[in-house]
Design a protein around this ligand. Structure first.
Ligand code: GSY
Length: 173
């Protein structure tokens, strides 16, 4: 695990959304999680189920595997450090520069970091579209069903509504 030496456990909980729709999709999810856990100041705590999902946005592309990961980040790991880390991991796992909404080996979105809202052009937390996306909310409900969303509903209530709209299929563990 990645806690820097000598640190006395101050940390925040963060949630990341992972998506893969090219090549060995499960392998990319697994490798991304291993690289996150190996990073200094990052500790992977819990994993949601893996879901096969219909593509959103550009629909003429392969289905995704999606998963949400709960991590703890040490206090000195800033949101920008975390952003730099996930971008490095995307590149290390072979993600090429591709069409913005198109297929990808691995996509890692920072969904939430503690209670901190961040609104900057290249970093918005909570991720602005996450509350409406079944491929985020259904796996997030595996980990944090009671969390409140901006509408006042719980994550589980929103996930249930989005699940009914279809396009989600839980994968075997
Ligand atoms: O924003 C993440 C990349 N992405 C996905 C995804 O992960 N899952 C599904 N189902 N559709 C998506 N469209 C985009 S872009």
């Amino acid at each position: 695990m990645g806690a820097p030496e000598g640190r006395v456990g101050v940390s925040r909980t963060a949630y990341l959304g992972l998506g893969a729709n090219l090549g060995d999709r499960r392998g990319y999810l697994r490798d991304a999680i291993a690289l996150l856990d190996a990073a200094a100041g990052v500790n992977v705590c819990r994993l949601s189920g893996v879901y096969e999902t219909e593509p959103v946005g550009v629909t003429d592309q392969p289905k995704f595997l999606n998963q949400v990961v709960e991590i703890e980040i040490a206090d000195e790991v800033t949101p920008r450090d975390l952003l730099a880390l996930v971008k490095r991991i995307e590149i290390e796992l072979g993600r090429q520069r591709r069409e913005r909404w198109g297929p990808r080996e691995i996509d890692i979105d920072i969904l939430l970091i503690g209670e901190e809202p961040i609104r900057e052009p290249d970093l918005q937390i909570p991720h602005p579209e996450m509350w409406e996306r079944a491929f985020v909310m259904v796996p997030l409900a595996d980990l944090a069903p009671e969390m409140r969303t901006p509408s006042g509903e719980t994550v589980e209530e929103v996930a249930e509504r989005l699940r009914e709209a279809g396009g989600m299929h839980a994968e075997e563990a």
